[in-house]
Structures are given as C-alpha cells and as structure tokens.
Write a protein that binds this ligand. Structure first.
Ligand code: ZN
Length: 383
C-alpha cells in the first residue's frame, strides 16, 4: 500500500489537499490528509488520472506499422509524457501486417502485463486504414487502400486486439462493416474521408462513434456543405479526436471547436517515430518522413503525424482554449476511457479505479507516472 498527498483532480473537482490510497494496483480511498505521513508528499503538485492516447504511430525511432513488435519497447518509455494507456496505431498496410500486429498484442495477457510490464498499457490496436478514401490519403500508401468488406474484418474484435478502426463511411460497403464492428464492441471512427454531412450522419446511424483528427484528412468546414467536420461538431453521439500541436489545426480554430464541443473533445498526439528523437528522417509505414523541430512532412509537404508529447498536448489545449486544468485533463482521460467502455475502470481518481496516475508539477510538467500502482516514471530517478 502507498499514499500520495497532493492537489487531487477528482470527478467532483479539485481537492486542494487530499490523499489517494493505492493498494494492489487500484485506488482504494480518496480522503482528507491524515496524521500519518504520505509515501509521496507533494502538496503543491496536481495528481490527475493517467493520460490515454488513442492515436500513436510509434516513438523513439520506432514505427508500429513497419515493426509491430516494437509496441512493448515504446510502451516502456511513454510514461515520461504522462501516458499510462494507449492504442498502438497501425496505418494503411496489407492485412497480413494487421495480423502480425494482432499477434504481437496477444503475446501478453492483461494479467501478465500487470505483474511483469513496467510501462504504459497498450489497450488494443487502432487500425487507421486500410478502408480509407484515396482522395484523403494523407501520409498513407494508397496502394494498400481497399474497399471495406465483411471478409476482411472477419477476425477483428476487441478479443483479437482490435479496439478502434478508422474508415471512410462514404465508401461502398462501409455501412455493414461499421455495423458489424460496432456490434462486436469495436469503436468505429470516421476519418481520411470526403463524406458529405448526410453521408457522415448515415455512418453515425450505422455505429460510428468517433472522428479521427478533426480537420485533418477531410474537407474543411463549408457553410453550405458542412461535411464530416460539421457532422462531428453537430452530433452529441460522437467524440472528436484532435491534434493540438498548433500545426495540424490553427489555435484559433481549436478554440472555436472547444467552445462548440469541449466535453466531447479527445486530444490525441498522432505522434510518430520521431517523438523523443532529434530532427532527421524517420519511418511512417511505407514512407520516409522529414522531421524538423516542430513538424513531420512527406517530400510533397503533406503532414505525416506529429512529434507532440501528451503532456505538451495538455498544456497546449489550456493555452489555446483557456480551458481549466480539469477540462484539459478530461480530454485525455475520462473522454477516451468512456469511449473505450472503461468508464468504471480508468480515467478518474476515485475508489475502485485502476491506479493509473500522473503527478504534475505546478507548471504542469510530469513529475511521476504510475501504472496499475507501479511507479513507471519518476523525474527525479529517470530524467
Ligand atoms: Zn491520419
């Protein structure tokens, strides 16, 4: 058992001085300070739920699509950004590569991970493709894109490690695939798409519950054809992924989106192999990406993922929108946890929840990260 005394971000708001009790990987109590000294005493720090990134392509020089077996090595180092759970993202590729990623994920059961694994927890795959619209290919290889079929997804379910699928809902054959995946408990997301407003709404009715990186790889918002952007902003059934690096979306528009749909906004990094690395050339799927101090681009200038850390993303969201710490943290904790169907397990500081926790300095940098009650990053020890 251990105890952490800090300013606690709980579902009821900020508890200025409180103690979280952690035992056997879970939060067992949230209480006022007691007379006995806390294991971790940081009264000027914030203790918040661990960050969950639904879209991460790789990091530290490693690309999940090119080498799915690197998921575990990357997971070990993600807690430095406050990430405690993530969906390793495999972009458009041959179906055999998807199967390889599924096999890598299945190697370790959750029970084994809890006892032996010292990093962020992979919560299943995000398959971004191959059912995307070639008109909005972004940094994906259109040669591997295909029309959605029930045959291709026969083996896709949470049990086989497929947690989220991004597809273009306007493609022929998409609707039965959306319905089949949703019935199995896979989150279906609309993205890399030219769907009209009506086509997007038809996709939502079939089971789409998320939008992949709002504004990127979809037509802009037009006042007579609101398109996928307008449909996502309009519809309370869907959560909305967005990349707040200041490059993928202009800060002014991020602020507008926040005002329109703040509680449904989910911050993702879409980070790629160059995260945590110096500028240079890095892999993203089949392509080489040139990375400078701020951006990742293909030779033709197309954005190809980001080098955004999740802690920076949270600070950016506050800076760009003026939202509170609690609101920004919800966008990377409760919103993705609820979408994943883990509302009773992750994303909140409350008794019974997994002890996935982040201790933030007063200026919102990562001091310590805990996964299932284990300290997996400590700035004093690891930096
Ligand atoms: Zn994308």
């Amino acid at each position: 058992m251990l105890t952490i005394q800090a300013q606690l971000l709980t579902p009821d708001g900020l508890l200025q001085d409180g103690v979280v009790v952690v035992d056997d990987g879970r939060i067992t109590a949230v209480s006022p300070p007691s007379l006995s000294p806390a294991t971790v005493y940081a009264p000027d720090h914030f203790l918040v739920p661990g960050f969950i990134d639904l879209q991460l392509n790789g990091a530290f020089g490693l690309d999940f699509t090119r080498q799915p077996e690197t998921i575990w090595a990357v997971a070990e180092r993600l807690p430095q950004y406050g990430v405690t759970g993530f969906l390793p993202t495999v972009i458009t590729c041959p179906l055999a590569t998807v199967q390889k990623a599924q096999a890598v994920m299945a190697q370790q059961t959750l029970g084994q991970r809890r006892s032996t694994f010292a990093g962020a927890e992979p919560l299943g795959l995000h398959l971004e493709g191959p059912f995307l619209n070639p008109q909005k290919k972004g940094a994906h290889n259109p040669h591997h894109m295909q029309l959605p079929t029930l045959t291709a997804i026969a083996d896709w379910s949470p049990e086989t490690q497929v947690r989220l699928v991004t597809l273009a809902p306007e493609l022929p054959g998409a609707l039965p695939v959306i319905t089949a995946l949703a019935e199995r408990g896979v989150i279906v997301s609309a993205g890399h798409s030219v769907a009209s407003f009506a086509q997007a709404k038809t996709g939502f009715a079939a089971g789409v519950r998320y939008g992949t990186h709002l504004f990127n790889a979809m037509p802009g918002l037009h006042h007579r054809e609101p398109g996928l952007v307008g449909a996502l902003l309009d519809d309370a059934r869907v959560s909305i992924g967005i990349i707040p690096d200041g490059i993928h979306v202009h800060p002014a528009l991020l602020k507008l989106v926040w005002q329109a749909a703040g509680p449904r906004l989910n911050v993702v990094t879409d980070a790629m192999a160059a995260l945590g690395m110096p500028p240079g050339a890095y892999d993203l799927g089949d392509f080489q990406v040139t990375v400078d101090e701020t951006t990742c681009r293909l030779p033709d200038g197309t954005l190809a993922g980001s080098i955004l850390g999740m802690d920076t993303a949270v600070r950016n969201l506050i800076t760009y929108t003026g939202c509170t710490l609690a609101e920004a943290v919800a966008a990377v904790t409760a919103v993705p946890a609820d979408l994943l169907g883990m509302r009773q397990q992750k994303g909140r500081i409350a008794p019974g929840y997994d002890a996935d926790l982040v201790l933030l300095t007063p200026d919102l940098h990562i001091a310590m990260t805990m996964v299932h009650g284990h300290v997996v990053y400590d700035v004093m020890r690891d930096a």
